[in-house]
Design a protein around this ligand. Structure first.
Ligand code: FDA
Ligand code: NAD
Length: 429
């Protein structure tokens, strides 16, 4: 025996929070919606964990950043879910799913059945153990995915400060860059180690990366590029004291922060639902292509990116919010909604810097602006069309112009002229 709901959202992260908000806006009946989350707190804005949460002064901790404050909407705490007749099942892991029987089995042994399932299970961090490194379970080796990880990192930063210790950041992606800035803000000297020849290799060109690396370098952040860690040395209490690199170099350390990518949480559905690009393959309604009572949103969804005519999986918050809202609109309208038409949007904020990117980073990269004044940007031009736009230090109006440009994909006849016009080109569209 178990409970039955019209809709179950599996996962209680950012996408789940925005799904709940959309269901309420569209008038879901009390008792029809259940959200099951392994986390013990109501859905929150995950991006806060590597930014406001880690500030040494004026930190933003929960309940400050429950969804949906990230888009300027109301903040939904557990009472809001109760008031809206939503069953919020927290601290509960789902350990099995049967999409034919439309049931989920929780770790507590309860079977929960649904008419529609929205999979919003996000991702788990890749662990160094998966690359053969031992000792990565030491208390001073930190990962960052949920609020418990963030609280642990805050404790470890305090312990590190006490001994005037040093940190090593493993990975040169989003977590690496944002955590290195946070560590510096906590007065902890940082060395970053990553295998690529420049930071943020998924998005940045070497020229864009050079700006951020120079900026970090002036703050005292040290970069070891084109190298990976091979092993840890530990003291008799199990604390990691040394990071040993592949080339044999040793770095003394008091705190290690690891950000080497993620794995989408789709294991429960392997062999049951069609998969692509490591995620659950959905159609333009965010509905599984192999089971029409199942929808997938956020980090786990491999969806048709309408404007590029291919299938993508994106690991960013704007897509988590919008794909969740789209799936809900599809469910509530019996799929009488258009296809999800998403413009990729990524951003980051580090130190006093802040950048945004729209579109895709393929083709030739055309830089513009003034690197020395922390106000510069780049356009990507592919087959004679502007397809991607990046800007550091922009205003609201300028970022809106970038989004317009990436959406419109205007023809570019002369890339030298584009470089000279810079933001003027986008603002004039
Ligand atoms: P999310 O990970 O938010 O939620 C998944 C939920 O499912 C979790 O609550 C999890 O516990 C639960 N779950 C998983 N398996 C379960 C099971 N079997 N049973 C029950 N519950 C289960 N993006 C961006 O664009 N800008 C930014 O600045 C940042 N910053 C940022 C910082 C940090 C520290 C992280 C980790 C990530 C970001 N991101 C980001 C990425 C962004 O946060 C991410 O893309 C969204 O949170 C994805 O939302 P989802 O709801 O898909 O997953
Ligand atoms: P990432 O994919 O951005 O970066 C992973 C980095 O790990 C790579 O750049 C590489 O330098 C490094 N790496 C890979 N294998 C390695 C190895 N064996 N040894 C050492 N380094 C290795 O992933 P992340 O930074 O871990 O971020 C995790 C998730 O959180 C992503 O989904 C990301 O999009 C999201 N996130 C986004 C933001 C943002 O959008 N501002 C901020 C934080 C986190």
């Amino acid at each position: 025996m178990g409970r039955a709901f019209k809709v179950v959202v599996l996962g209680g992260g950012t996408a789940a929070g925005y799904a709940a908000s959309e269901f309420v806006k569209l008038g879901i009946h009390h008792g029809d919606l259940c959200i099951i989350s392994e986390e013990s707190v109501a859905p929150y804005e995950r991006p806060a964990l590597s930014k406001g949460y880690l500030l040494i002064e004026g930190a933003a901790w929960l309940p400050a950043f429950h969804t949906c404050v990230g888009t300027g909407e109301e903040r939904h705490m557990t009472k809001w879910y109760k008031d809206n007749g939503i069953e919020l099942v927290l601290g509960t892991r789902v350990k099995a799913a049967d999409v034919r029987a439309r049931t989920l089995l929780t770790a507590a042994g309860e079977t929960i059945s649904y008419k529609f399932l929205v999979i919003a299970t996000g991702a788990r961090v890749l662990k160094l153990e998966e690359f053969g490194v031992t000792g990565a379970d030491a208390h001073n080796v930190c990962y960052l995915r949920d609020v418990q990880d963030a609280a642990h990192l805050v404790d470890q930063m305090a312990a590190c400060r006490k001994v005037e210790g040093k940190a090593v950041v493993i990975g040169g992606g989003y977590i690496g860059m944002e955590c290195a800035a946070a560590l510096h803000g906590n007065h902890i000297p940082v060395t970053m180690v990553f295998p690529e020849h420049h930071c943020m290799a998924r998005l940045f060109t070497p020229e864009i990366a050079a700006f951020y690396e120079t900026y970090y370098g002036k703050k005292g952040v040290n970069f070891i590029k084109g190298n990976v860690m091979a092993s840890f040395e530990q003291d008799e209490f199990g604390k990691v004291t040394t990071v040993v690199l592949k080339d044999g170099r040793k770095i003394a350390v008091d705190l290690v922060v690891v950000g080497i990518g993620i794995h989408p949480n789709v294991d429960l559905f392997e062999g049951q639902l069609a998969m692509e690009k490591g995620g659950i393959r959905v159609d333009g309604k965010m509905r599984s292509v192999s089971n029409h009572s199942v929808y997938a949103v956020g980090d786990v969804a491999a969806f048709p990116l309408k404007m590029y005519g291919d299938v993508r999986r994106l690991e960013h918050v704007d897509h988590a919010r919008k794909s969740a809202a789209h799936a809900v609109q599809a469910i509530m309208s019996s799929n009488k909604v258009g296809d999800y038409d998403y413009l990729p949007y990524f951003y980051s904020r580090v130190f006093t810097l802040s950048w945004q990117f729209y579109g895709e980073n393929v083709g030739e990269c055309i830089l513009f602006g003034d690197h020395s004044a922390s106000k510069f940007g780049a356009f990507w031009v592919h087959k004679g069309q502007l397809v991607g736009a990046f800007l550091e230090g922009g205003s609201k109006a300028e970022y809106a112009a970038l989004a317009r440009a990436a959406r419109q994909r205007p023809t570019v006849d002369d890339t030298r002229l584009l470089a000279m016009e810079g933001m003027g080109f986008a603002m004039a569209l």
